[in-house]
Design a protein around this ligand. Sequence first.
Ligand code: SF4
Ligand code: SF4
Length: 260
Amino acid sequence: MTADPNTPEGAAQLFGRLNEEERAALRELHDETRAHGRTGLAAAKAAQDTVGQANGSAAAHLAAVHMGMAEFLQVAYRASYDNALADRLIKPVACTSGCAFCCYLSVEVTIFGAVAIASFIAASRPDFAQPVRDTAPKVAGLSALQRSARQVACAFLQKDNTCGIYAVRPMSCGAYFSFDASVCEQDRKTGGTSGNIPVYGWPGVLNSMITGGLSAACEDEGLQSCTVELLSAVALILDDSTAVPRWLAGQQVFTPYRHV
Ligand code: SF4
Ligand code: SF4
C-alpha cells in the first residue's frame, strides 16, 4: 500500500525515508511558511481592526497567503518532478484535465485556503454558492473514509469534469497525482476504499510541510489552527459574515478536518 502523503501518518512515513539534507530543507520550508502565515495573519487582523465588519480586506490578506504558498508548491514540486522524470526515477503521472475520479474524495484545506475559495466564489463564481450549500450538508462531519464512500462529487466539479475553482483550488488537490488513472477509476467505483492508488508522493510531502507551517502560524497568533473539510468550511464562510472575524478574534469557529 502506498503511503498517502495527505495524511499526517503518510507524510511521516515518507519523511522518514529522506536524507538529512532533504529533511533540513523541509524543516526550513515549514518554518518559512510559518513566518509567512504570521505576517498574513497580522495584516488580516490589522485590516479587521481598521474596517470593522467589512472583512473583505482581511480576507484578501488571508487569500494572498494561500495563493503565494500554492504557487510556491507548484514550482517546487514541478522542478523535482522534471528532474526525477529525466533521470528515469519515476514514470509520468497520469493526471490530465478532465480526469476527475479523485474529485469524489474528501478534500482537506487550510483555513487560509477556504477563505480564498469563498472570496473567489463571491467575486467571480457566484453560481457555485448554491451547489456548495446543497452539497456541504451531505458531507459535513464525515471522516475522510466515510466521505469517500458516499461518492458525492465535489461541488466545484463542472460538467466537463474540470475544476471550476482551478486558480484557487486547495493545495491538497494541487498536490495529488497518480501514476495510474485506471486505479483511480477502480477506487472511485469502490467508494475510495481500495487504498492502493500509486501517488507521486513528493508534492504531498511539500504540502504537508506548508499546511503544518500555516497551522503553526495560527497557533502562534492564538487562533484555531486546524485544517477543515472544503465544502463545509466554504459554505460557512459564504453564509456567515461573522465567521472569519470571529476566527481572527480567537474563537473556535470551524469543524476540524477528520482524517479517520
Ligand atoms: S489523481 Fe487519478 S483521478 Fe485524479 S486526475 Fe490524477 S489520474 Fe485522474
Ligand atoms: S476543488 Fe477542484 S480539483 Fe479539488 S476536488 Fe473539487 S473539483 Fe476536484
